[in-house]
Ligand binder design. Structure first.
Ligand SMILES: Nc1ncnc2c1ncn2[C@@H]1O[C@H](COP(=O)(O)OP(=O)(O)OP(=O)(O)O)[C@@H](O)[C@H]1O
Ligand SMILES: [Mg+2]
Length: 342
């Protein structure tokens, strides 16, 4: 796990963000009133099961949610104090791939199959840094070397299909970091890769965040990735953040029953003997028809009557390592416990 860093100034502040999809049959609240802050140089993990709203959260940050059916229904995204939701599309284009860049979940859909790799990397440099053609190409080759592409001068002129999956993913990273972004958003950047390449890519991102004081938002359902890279973590469930904490603290002392379930379902090297891994009962909920009260209640072994009636408040807890700590669970709300409810 990463050493605890001193928290820098906040550069991104997401306030009460709501992103909804108006589908034919229902309104899907994919992101429902979430807030979080990102400090300079911080690596923040966003974890949660499939469909919990991780990708939609991050697409919303760059205003890339497909509209319709999606729309940002409320909130603020303050980047260096300026609300990105208020600016024009032209402003946003300069932010995307410049100050904030993103590695998408599927690299093949983000690389143009008809253009040479070097051209695709150079394009961002020409747009955001005004580099000339030759200069941009030389920088592209330099970046390919930096991300460990062997024989970079020659391979730079290859097309995406001539690269392996791991190499394409690294090219995506090269493109994302080419303009020295202040924030790198990485959406499951290593899911499709084998573990050795996965480790190399994480090392690369970690190195960049340590060197450049670049901030990282790492979206993943893999808690191993979070443990290896992140300073702090937000756990999402059904479109909301249900727990947030410093990374070490979350692993040491999870508070939300869902987070506990997630942690119990990963193998641990220090567990004595052989035992079956836990799996959270039930399935992630359908966001189009969430029950009243806490969305995790139907799967929770510690649910109380109030969990069925009302969504729990966000309870602030004392965080040990400087990162904000809170949990949305009635078990931790003052005056509520299994006994007082019984
Ligand atoms: N274009 C769309 N139209 C309608 N619903 C959508 C659209 N995109 C996302 N959603 C819905 O938003 C919810 C959140 O999706 P999201 O892609 O953010 O999940 P995720 O947490 O990234 O999952 P995964 O781990 O599988 O990538 C899902 O219920 C999904 O069905
Ligand atoms: Mg996703």
């Amino acid at each position: 796990m990463s050493d605890t860093k001193a928290r820098g100034e906040t550069i991104l502040s997401v306030r009460n963000l709501k992103t909804y999809f108006d589908t034919e049959y229902s309104l899907v609240k994919a992101v429902d009133d979430i807030s979080f802050d990102l400090a300079r140089g911080e690596a923040l993990g966003i974890v949660g099961e499939s469909g919990s709203g991780k990708s939609v959260t991050n697409l919303s940050l760059l205003r890339l949610v497909p509209t319709p059916p999606g729309k940002i229904a409320g909130g603020q995204i303050l980047f260096r104090g300026r609300d990105l939701l208020q600016g024009g599309e032209e402003d946003m284009r300069l932010v995307r791939g410049g100050a904030i860049s993103m590695i998408f979940q599927d690299p093949m859909t983000s690389l143009n199959p008809l253009l040479r790799i070097s051209f695709q990397i150079a394009e961002a440099l020409r747009l955001h840094h005004g580099l000339g053609k030759q200069e941009a190409k030389a920088k592209a080759v330099e970046l390919l070397k930096a991300i460990g592409i062997p024989d970079a001068e020659r391979r730079a002129d290859d097309y995406p299909h001539q690269f392996s999956g791991g190499m394409r993913q690294r090219v995506m990273i090269a493109m994302a970091i080419s303009c020295s972004p202040e924030i790198l958003i990485a959406d499951e950047p290593t899911t499709a890769l084998d573990v050795t390449i996965q480790a190399q890519i994480l090392e690369l991102v970690k190195g960049l965040s340590d060197e450049n004081t670049m901030s990282v938002i790492m979206i993943t359902h893999d808690l191993g990735v979070v443990a290896g890279l992140c300073d702090s973590v937000c756990v999402m469930y059904a479109g909301r953040i249900v727990e947030r904490a410093g990374c070490d603290e979350l692993f040491r002392d999870p508070k939300h029953p869902y987070t506990r379930g997630l942690l119990d379902s990963i193998p641990r090297i220090d567990s004595a003997g052989r035992h079956r891994l836990y799996s959270i009962p039930g399935a992630p909920p359908n966001l189009a028809g969430l029950p009243a009260g806490c969305a995790f209640r139907p799967r929770c072994d510690r649910a109380m009557p109030i969990c069925e009636r009302e969504y729990p408040p966000e309870v602030a807890l004392a965080g040990e390592d400087g990162a904000p700590r809170s949990v949305c669970c009635w078990l931790h709300a003052a005056g509520h416990s299994a006994r007082s409810e019984a």
